[in-house]
Design a protein around this ligand. Structure first.
Ligand code: BGC
Length: 591
């Protein structure tokens, strides 16, 4: 299994040749919760600009910023009412320009979010469609349908909103409009060429301002099956209670690819390798790979990694299948453990796998915080060595946990309200991040205001508490990123190795593994066993610019002895010397 990538050139955004995105570490900023410069309790663009040095020091290559456009904020900005401006909550266009230019000075690339599946119901396109009335060209920008002739009370089909409840709402004149998300997020009609043209203008608007790419929201949803037929399954049957992934007449229709071929052509007219990243919750792997075929997206989020249960065979299968599917189309794999839609890994990894991508029901018992933090460190350590591009969601580098006990009255996620609290929704991973333990709002906002209350436990995890402290989560991530750059990881060839320990290790718990196994290990041969005493170890080699890095992640109960001739480069557990304990990952220099 091999993921090759040319070595990366200088990071200056005008560099035209380097395929920087193949191995980039991309940090997601959720603007309302990152840093608040104007004191209103909501993070903003000047706040982000002021903290870019922190991201530079951390060692990431690019920053993806969730939507900051004018919006009624019914879905935290994913309900856009003007694609070519900045919401006053977050600043001005001049602030966006300043952010982009400061990022480029620091050799950080900027990826902005594009939300093409739906607009806000306050967008002038939707307002004029409502005014123009049935059968008008204005209505053809959206998916309006007449009421069911047999029962005007029933929506035109049985589709359900991802956030709960029906995917249709009525207008005063009796027509219905489709919204796969909240009723304030009407779906656009991508069969209408005017919609396509309008979005090309939006792409150009931001490309002309210097952005380095777009993360495309709900990339798998833009085209709906002709005739809008009933879905065979309910949303819950398809997705448990997380984001929809399964087959449906509104997900992953073949027609979406045509749109992205056009967009890619447009991006390629610009210098500097501007990128398209697909948010496409589709299965199986081969279907995701269709989004990253030559001429389409550069990357697609690999949610299977985030979704894999905490056991070696599941992770191994995910890694194997991810490479297999992406290698066929020559695209890099991405690795994602977290984002603003899922439970933070420091909490999720201590939960039963059934809750991994769900938005947690109120009845789920609080998970063990220490266990979750330990596993999150190990997961990040394993992830950052894998060939391909990796994503970090703000606060992941601090080991922040999900805030499960937010009071009902502060919750804002439409999921919570549309399911009458049956699903807690995503507010718990969106709480403003802590910068300074002793400062108001933990340094998020000088005024002390924060749009969601921060738990007391965030103080100990603040940046100032972790910075310079060798054993902290933050310093671990910084070290991993420095080593990644130094050793050329993110690129290179990849092989699973037999995880059986060197039987010569004194006092080894697993010495019984035998000398043949030890020889396998030293030879770095492939083909780790899926059963037997080592089924709980995930071990792989990445050979890149500087030697071979062996990664060993212990998911079992028995400590794994580190061979005497291996140098420990990094360990997710700072106490590691000669063994890898349970829920720990190490990077070893081999040979
Ligand atoms: C975004 C969500 C958003 C939804 C609707 C997504 O997948 O990541 O935060 O609620 O699209 O725009």
């Amino acid at each position: 299994m091999t993921q090759h990538s040319p070595s990366r050139g200088p990071l200056h955004p005008s560099a035209e040749t380097a395929e920087w995105w193949r191995s980039a570490v991309i940090y997601q900023v959720y603007p309302r919760s990152f840093a608040d410069a104007d004191g209103d309790g909501i993070g903003d663009l000047p706040g982000i600009t002021a903290k870019l040095d922190h991201l530079r020091e951390l060692g990431v290559d690019a920053v993806w910023i969730s939507p900051f456009y004018p919006s009624p904020q019914a879905d935290a900005g994913y309900d856009v009412s003007d694609y070519c401006d900045v919401d006053p909550l977050f600043g001005t266009l001049a602030d966006a320009d300043a952010l982009i230019s400061r990022a480029h000075e620091l050799d950080l690339r900027i990826i902005v979010d594009l939300v093409p599946n739906h607009t806000s119901d306050q967008h002038p396109w939707f307002r004029r469609a409502l005014t123009a009335g049935p059968d008008s060209p204005e209505r053809d920008w959206y998916l309006f349908r007449d009421a069911n002739p047999e029962d005007p009370e029933r929506p035109p089909n049985n589709w359900e909103s991802v956030f709960g409840g029906p995917a249709w709402s009525t207008t005063p004149d009796g027509q219905w409009y489709l919204h796969l998300f909240d009723s304030s997020q009407p779906d656009l009609n991508w069969a209408n060429p005017q919609v396509r043209e309008a979005f090309e203008d939006v792409l150009r608007f931001w490309l002309d301002r210097g952005v380095d790419g777009f993360r495309v929201d709900v990339a798998h949803g833009l085209v709906k099956a002709a005739g809008l037929p009933d879905a065979a399954q309910t949303t819950e049957e398809m997705q448990g209670d997380g984001m929809a992934t399964g087959a449906a007449p509104y997900w992953d229709q073949d027609g979406v690819h045509e749109i992205y071929l056009d967009w890619r052509r447009l991006l390629d007219e610009y210098p500097g390798e501007r990128v398209l990243v697909a948010e496409a919750w589709v299965q199986p792997y081969a279907r995701i790979a269709r989004y990253v075929r030559p001429g389409e997206f550069h990357q697609a989020f690999n949610f299977s990694f985030l979704d894999a249960s905490w056991d070696a065979p599941a992770l191994r299968e995910c890694i194997e299948e991810s490479f297999r599917a992406n290698d066929v189309v020559g695209a890099p794999t991405t690795w994602v453990l977290s984002n603003h839609d899922v439970i933070r890994p420091a909490t999720r990894l201590a939960l039963d796998p059934e809750h991994f991508t769900s938005q947690l029901g109120a009845a789920v018992p609080a998970p063990d915080r220490e266990l979750g933090a330990r596993r999150a460190r190990a997961a990040t350590t394993a992830m950052l060595a894998l060939p391909g591009s990796a994503y970090l969601y703000q606060g992941e580098e601090l080991g922040l946990f999900e805030v499960l006990d937010l009071p009902e009255e502060v919750r804002q996620d439409p999921t919570f309200h549309r399911t009458s609290g049956r699903r807690l929704g995503r507010d718990g991973c969106r709480v403003p991040i802590p910068w300074e333990r002793g400062a108001p709002a933990f340094g998020f906002s000088e005024s002390g205001a924060a749009w969601l209350p921060q738990p007391a436990g965030y103080g100990d995890l603040a940046v100032d508490q972790q910075k310079g402290c060798g054993s902290s989560h933050l310093e671990l991530v910084r070290r991993l990123l420095a080593l990644r750059a130094e050793r050329g990881l993110g690129t290179g060839s990849f092989d699973f190795v037999d995880p059986r320990p060197d039987s010569s290790a004194e006092g080894s718990d697993a010495a019984a593994a035998g000398s043949a196994a030890a020889a396998d290990f030293r030879d770095g041969s492939t083909g780790g066993t899926a059963a037997g005493p080592c089924a709980d170890i995930l071990a792989f080699d990445v050979t890149a610019a500087v030697g071979t890095t062996r990664v060993v992640l212990n998911l079992g109960a028995t400590a794994w002895p580190i061979p005497a001739d291996a140098e420990v480069l990094a360990a997710s557990d700072p106490t590691v010397t000669d063994r890898v304990p349970t829920d720990c990952a190490v990077w070893l220099a081999i040979g």
